[in-house]
Write a protein that binds this ligand. Structure first.
Ligand code: SF4
Length: 195
């Protein structure tokens, strides 16, 4: 290991410390205020070519996020300072959203076990969404009741129920209630926050 001599240290001190450079005539506002370290620093998100907005998916606080991407790939997620809810901040869970979205361990498929089968099958996510939609439609059609035997109009189904999670915010719960209750005729709609 090379030992720095006192003369080397003195030269480094004069080169890096701003006051000797200001005494030598450099402006304190620009070059004299920099060191070899700060001279090479770059803005953290300089490479981003796209900035989008999102909502943290982890809890019902609904903190707003900014999502930075380059060439179509996410490179950073941070709190949106324009939000009156989180004012640019994110808790540790929200700050980990980048990992949630980019982790190679993120699941890209579902496991499906057909009725009476003894093994699981790997299926694409789109397949699962289509199957859920088809089963909801079929169940609703099979169980929808327009009137009770006494003639009371009900327009409901008791064959479907919804249990929401804690990550649902007010707006999502509003839409769920509108769609499931008004659209499908579901009666049993509950949210994890009330369980
Ligand atoms: S950042 Fe934290 S507090 Fe905000 S929505 Fe996400 S999990 Fe909730």
């Amino acid at each position: 290991m090379t030992r720095r001599t006192i003369a080397d240290r003195a030269r480094g001190f004069l080169r890096e410390w701003s006051i000797p450079r200001q005494i030598a005539g450099q402006s304190h506002r620009d070059e004299a205020a920099r060191s070899s370290l700060s001279r090479d620093l770059r803005p953290r998100l300089e490479e981003a070519d796209t900035v989008g907005t999102g909502i943290c998916p982890y809890c019902a606080v609904g903190c707003a996020q900014r999502l930075y991407a380059r060439d179509g790939r996410l490179i950073h997620v941070e709190g949106d300072p324009r939000s009156p809810i989180n004012q640019g901040t994110l808790c540790p869970k929200g700050a980990a959203t980048f990992g949630l979205l980019t982790s190679p361990q993120r699941l890209q498929h579902v496991l499906y076990r057909a009725p009476h089968a003894d093994r699981w099958e790997v299926k694409p996510l789109d397949w699962a969404m289509d199957r859920i939609a088809a089963l909801v439609k079929r169940t609703r059609d099979e169980t929808f009741v327009r009137e009770l035997p006494d003639g009371t109009r009900v327009n409901h189904t008791l064959g479907l129920a919804s249990l929401g999670g804690a990550t649902l915010d007010n707006e999502e719960n509003y839409l769920i209630k509108k769609f499931f209750s008004g659209g499908l005729g579901m009666v049993w709609i509950e949210n994890q926050a009330r369980v």
